[in-house]
Design a protein around this ligand. Structure first.
Ligand SMILES: C[S@@+](CC[C@H](N)C(=O)[O-])C[C@H]1O[C@@H](n2cnc3c(N)ncnc32)[C@H](O)[C@@H]1O
Length: 325
């Protein structure tokens, strides 16, 4: 029997899609909310997902692949029609690609924390995707009560972010003298197919977000952040060894450790972070490192940003809000 074909596996998948609709998509993407609820109740769609490997069944991966292959269905019937006609092509995209949403808007949350650290800084991002979050000092920010204009002038994105009164908003950029990313499979910003995939991962109604992604891609093409291929559970120490000794090393990640499904591997990573002379910035769903969240009231629709294992702020998963603790 296929791994996803048992009634229990189908029902777990349906539950996962319902949770995605309720916690992640509702209020942000009416289409994804509808699609996720539809998938949860569709034997055909659940069977399609059950045929894929467990790590290839995520709503974001499925919906981006379906849109890339078949366009944007506006009704459940059109959704089913694309899945029936193009199921093989959609499955091929889901096997070949990963959820690599590169959301440079997250820099609106990361930058205020980076700006509090003594520099100059050497920045490593693990799970960097194409590396757009490695350029926080190249973008502009609008936090409502404070603003930083992009250093390179117009053309660079300005990321809006609702910051609470406690958030320490910087008036200048941190001094980042060296940067490097690590990713299982870094998308190439010079490759039209890779960029089309990054664009397909932006939710359909979020046209402002897509426009800012395109601006950030243009910035990154001018100053490409180096991202090497590798696994954060194995290859990080080699990258740390390349960082300049005369800068303060920061290792950061956002929306990444959730893909390291083995809790022991996550714990090993946390141990490595604590054992080295570096700052560690984690910006993840609160369940990823339960230790970071243990004294806080859970907020399941937010990420928790932590510095060196201590919680600092709840952040909007796409960088849209910053609630400093
Ligand atoms: C959702 S994306 C987030 C990208 C980026 N951090 C951001 O916030 O825009 C997750 C990235 O983590 C990468 N990734 C997942 N597991 C990884 C691992 N074990 N080692 C390195 N990269 C990994 C994926 O390839 C993907 O590009």
């Amino acid at each position: 029997m296929r791994p996803g074909a048992t009634p229990a596996a189908r029902s777990a998948l349906a539950e996962r899609y319902l949770r995605f609709a309720r916690v992640e998509a509702e209020g942000h993407s009416p289409l994804y909310t509808d699609w996720a609820r539809h998938v949860a109740g569709s034997a055909r769609a659940l069977a399609f997902l059950g045929d894929l490997q467990p790590d290839r069944r995520q709503p974001n991966l499925f919906f981006a692949a379906l849109r890339l292959v078949g366009g944007l269905p506006r009704t459940e019937a059109a959704f089913d029609d694309i899945l029936t006609r193009e199921g093989d092509a959609i499955a091929a995209v889901m096997r070949a690609r990963r959820t690599q949403t590169n959301e440079p808007g997250r820099c609106a949350c990361l930058l205020p924390l980076l700006a509090r650290l003594d520099g100059p800084l050497a920045l490593i991002e693990v799970g960097a995707s194409a590396g757009l979050c490695l350029l926080p000092d190249h973008y502009g920010y609008d936090w409502g009560r404070a603003r930083l204009d992009p250093p390179g002038g117009s053309g660079a994105p300005v990321f809006p972010c609702r910051a609470n009164a406690r958030a320490p908003l910087p008036e200048s950029y941190p001094d980042i003298v060296w940067r490097a990313g690590l990713d299982l499979s870094p998308p190439d910003l010079g490759d039209a197919g890779d960029v089309a995939w990054l664009e397909a991962l932006v939710w359909p109604e979020q046209t402002d977000r897509l426009a800012r992604l395109r601006q950030a891609v243009a910035v990154a093409r001018q100053a490409p952040p180096p991202v090497v291929a590798g696994d954060l559970t194995r290859d990080l120490e080699a990258l740390i060894a390349q960082a300049p000794a005369d800068a303060r090393l920061v290792v950061m990640h956002s929306a990444v450790l959730t893909y390291v499904s083995d809790p022991d591997a996550r714990a090993d990573f946390a141990r490595l972070m604590r054992s080295r002379d570096l700052h560690w910035i984690s910006n993840e769903a609160p369940g990823v490192f339960p230790d970071h969240a243990k004294r806080l009231t859970p907020r399941e629709d937010m990420f928790l940003m932590a510095l060196d294992g201590h919680p600092v702020a709840w952040t909007g998963p796409h960088g849209q809000s910053l609630d400093w603790l």
